[in-house]
Design a protein around this ligand. Structure first.
Ligand code: ISE
Length: 345
C-alpha cells in the first residue's frame, strides 16, 4: 500500500483490553510489523504494555505526538468511542494508515467527514474493527452462503448477548457500541444494503437501571425479500454469546455453537460460555491484524473500510429513530464513492 518500511512500526493509542490484545498480537504473532509506540493517559499502564511488546517501544502521553512521530508508520486506535473520529482525522491529516476499533465515530455526520477526507486523499487509509468478518465460524457461514449451499438467503437470525452492560450504557449507546456489529454483519453476510429498520426494546430488570432498554430486537428489511432479526441483550448475566443462523430457500446454516466441545456427564450436557469478546473471538483479532499488516505491505486495504463504518452509523441512527418513534423507519444508503467500490479480495 503506502508503507515502505520492511517492518511496519505501529503506534497503539489506548492500552486497555483491546489495545493490549492488538499490541501483543502485533509484537508476538505477526511478521512484518512491530509496536513502535504506545499512548495512554494512564502512563503506568502504557509503560507496562510497551515493556511487554519489546525493549525499544516509545511511550506517549499525547495522541497527536504519537500520530505525528516520524518513527510511527501506522496507527491502531482503541480509545473510548467518542475519541475515534478526531483521532482518525488526525491520522488522515498526517497520511498515516489507521486501524480504528468500531465505531468509526459516534455520529454519522462525523463518519461522513472522515469518508470525505479519505476520498479527497483518493487512497484508502482506514480499516474499521468489524472483527466478525475474520471469525472462522462466521467465515464458514459466509462461504456457504456465497457458494449457494443454502440457496437464496432470506433471513439473518442473530443473537448478541453481553454478560453485563458497560458503565454509562444508555438505550442509544447499545446501538452505537454493540448492535453496530450486527448491522455490519447482516449487510456483509447477505451482501445487501439495509432498506428499512424497526427496533423495539425492553428493560429486563436484570440491572439496577430501570430506564435503559437493555434488550432490543432489531428487524431489518434488506430488500429483495431478505430480512434480519437480531436480539441484542447487554445484561444476559450468564456470559457472552454471539450466535447466528441464516435461513435460505434451500436450507439453513448455523455457526458452530462454541469454541469448546460439548460435554455430557451426570445428567448434564453443555459447554462453557465465554466471558467477553476477547475470549470469544481470539482468532478473529489475530486474523484481522495479520491481514491489515499484509495489506499495508501490499497493494491496497481489503478489510471493512470507512464506508462500512459510515453506513453502519447511519443504520444505527435510523435504529435510534425507530426506537424513539415506535415505527418502522426507511433507510436509504447514499451513493457510494468510487474509492469504496473496488474492495480487493
Ligand atoms: C464491545 O465494545 C465490542 O465491540 C464487542 O464485540 C461487543 O460484543 C460488545 O457489545 C461491545 O460493548
Amino acid at each position: 500500500m503506502n508503507v515502505d518500511s520492511e517492518v511496519i512500526s505501529v503506534g497503539v493509542i489506548g492500552s486497555g483490553g483491546m489495545g493490549a490484545r492488538h499490541a501483543e498480537t502485533l509484537s508476538g504473532t505477526i511478521s512484518g510489523a512491530r509496536v513502535g509506540g504506545v499512548m495512554d493517559l494512564d502512563r503506568p499502564r502504557a509503560e507496562e504494555l510497551a515493556a511487554n511488546c519489546g525493549s525499544d517501544v516509545m511511550v506517549f502521553e499525547d495522541e497527536q505526538e504519537l500520530i505525528r512521530h516520524g518513527d510511527i508508520d501506522a496507527v491502531v486506535i482503541t480509545t473510548p468511542d467518542e475519541t475515534h473520529a478526531g483521532l482518525v482525522m488526525e491520522c488522515l491529516q498526517n497520511e498515516k494508515p489507521v486501524f480504528c476499533e468500531k465505531p468509526l465515530a459516534t455520529t454519522a455526520e462525523d463518519a461522513r467527514k472522515i469518508v470525505d477526507a479519505e476520498v479527497e486523499l483518493d487512497r484508502k487509509m482506514i480499516q474499521v474493527g468489524f472483527m466478525r468478518r475474520y471469525d472462522p465460524q462466521h467465515l464458514s457461514v459466509k462461504n456457504a452462503i456465497d457458494s449457494g449451499e443454502i440457496g437464496r438467503p432470506v433471513l439473518f437470525k442473530g443473537t448478541h448477548r453481553n454478560i453485563g452492560a458497560l458503565e454509562g450504557t444508555s438505550s442509544e449507546s447499545i446501538l452505537v457500541n454493540s448492535a453496530i456489529h450486527d448491522l455490519d454483519s447482516a449487510r456483509w453476510m447477505l451482501g445487501r444494503e439495509i432498506e428499512e429498520v424497526y427496533v423495539q426494546g425492553t428493560n429486563t430488570g436484570a440491572a439496577a437501571d430501570d430506564e435503559v432498554l437493555d434488550l432490543q430486537i432489531i428487524h431489518l428489511n434488506l430488500g429483495g425479500g431478505s430480512l434480519a432479526n437480531i436480539e441484542v441483550y447487554v445484561n444476559a448475566g450468564y456470559g457472552y454469546e454471539v450466535d447466528l443462523e441464516v435461513v435460505g430457500d434451500e436450507g439453513t446454516i448455523h455457526i458452530a455453537p462454541a469454541n469448546a466441545p460439548e460435554l455430557r456427564k451426570e445428567r448434564y450436557a453443555g459447554h462453557p460460555v465465554e466471558e467477553d469478546w476477547l475470549e470469544r473471538f481470539p482468532d478473529a483479532y489475530v486474523l484481522e491484524m495479520r491481514r491489515w499488516i499484509e495489506d499495508l505491505h501490499g497493494e491496497k486495504l481489503t478489510g471493512p473500510d470507512a464506508w462500512d463504518g459510515y453506513i453502519s452509523l447511519l443504520a444505527v441512527e435510523t435504529c435510534i429513530a425507530s426506537l424513539q418513534s415506535g415505527s418502522k423507519e426507511p433507510f436509504e444508503a447514499p451513493q457510494c464513492p468510487q474509492l469504496y467500490k473496488t474492495r480487493g479480495a
